[in-house]
Design a protein around this ligand. Structure first.
Ligand code: NAD
Length: 295
């Protein structure tokens, strides 16, 4: 039986680990939070007392941790010294490209195969096993990474070498953050001009304003029933998470010397919305701030 060590069982990792167990794999799970560990155990995973214990006999290790410093520390102190060299190491956290490349270099130097494989899709997709994975790894390792990820994925795409998965993730989310603000500004203007929101949606969705933020995730309640705007912007993709990804994009742009003025503006607007109390709301709720309403 394939043995998977799963480290980080939070909002995303909990469902992802459960899907590995559902696929018949032996999952050794660890999280610093006892409550997260209890939930994973109830979903068919085995409890490990530490990262070292979880990875000791693993065929693959999947990490789903908050940010770059957590990933650097867990790999350097707990995974690389204790996992068998044959284990395939996959980090699915969203972290900075530099940290992903640094961890990959350390893992490679220690004789491991490593992939950065951040995900697109929120907690519902994590629970359903329908995340999209953007992978940075050696070409020859991709088939093994894809097979290991399969129970958690609806699409697994290789972006390039180490760090390319994280690069694809932050570039994609920068498009998303910018396009959502554009759509929200258009709804706020349409309203001031006396144009009915639903009518504007019908027209723009069949015109050149059409984009994912409008037609799949419409911030105006009504036209797209599955969108968080119909649930008072609860659930979905939290503003605080979008802000984290936009910050990563800005840090990467500064380091690489890329001009991303709209990305910088989007980061500023989401930071403002976060400070006004919107951090826990879905990121499409920024419509309310742009309409002049409190979050
Ligand atoms: P979360 O905070 O719910 O979960 C992170 C878990 O890691 C926590 O349970 C925490 O206890 C655990 N942890 C932290 N340090 C640890 C350590 N040293 N050892 C073991 N466990 C440790 O976060 P999340 O929402 O599950 O997100 C995880 C990652 O996925 C983040 O990088 C996030 O940006 C990314 N992501 C999240 C979403 C989303 O919608 N929530 C979507 C796509 C990507």
């Amino acid at each position: 039986m394939t043995r998977v060590a799963f480290i980080g069982l939070g909002n995303m990792g909990g469902g992802m680990a459960a899907n590995q167990a559902k696929a018949g794999r032996e999952v050794m799970a660890f999280d610093l939070s006892p409550a997260a560990l209890d939930k994973a155990a109830a979903a068919g995973c085995s409890r490990a007392g530490s990262v070292a214990e979880a990875v000791r006999t693993a065929d693959a290790v999947v990490t789903m941790l908050p940010a770059g410093p957590h990933v650097r520390q867990v790999y350097a102190e707990h995974i690389l010294p204790h996992a068998p060299k044959t284990a395939l190491l996959i980090d699915s956290s969203t972290i900075d490209v530099e940290s992903a490349r640094a961890v990959a270099a350390q893992a490679k130097a220690a004789g491991f195969r490593f992939a950065d494989a951040p995900v697109s899709g929120g907690t519902a997709a994590a629970d359903a096993g329908t995340l999209a994975f953007m992978v940075g790894c050696d070409e020859g390792d991709f088939a093994a990474v894809e097979a290991m990820i399969a129970p958690m994925s609806r699409a697994t795409m290789r972006a390039g070498d180490h760090g390319a998965g994280q690069a694809a993730k932050i570039c994609n989310n920068m498009v998303l953050g910018i396009s959502m603000i554009g759509v929200c500004e258009a709804f706020a203007l349409a309203e001031k001009l006396g144009l009915d929101g639903e009518r504007f949606f019908e027209i723009a969705s069949k015109s050149s304003g059409q984009c994912w933020s409008l037609t799949n995730y419409c911030p105006w309640p009504g036209p797209v029933p599955a969108a968080p705007s119909n649930r008072n912007y609860e659930g979905g993709f939290a503003t605080a998470m979008m802000l984290k990804d936009l910050k990563l994009a800005q840090e990467a742009a500064a380091r690489a010397g890329a001009a991303t003025p709209l990305g910088a503006t989007a980061e500023g607007l989401y930071a403002l919305f976060d400070r006004l109390g919107g951090g826990g709301k879905d990121f499409s709720a920024i419509l309310e701030m742009l309409r002049g309403n409190a979050p």
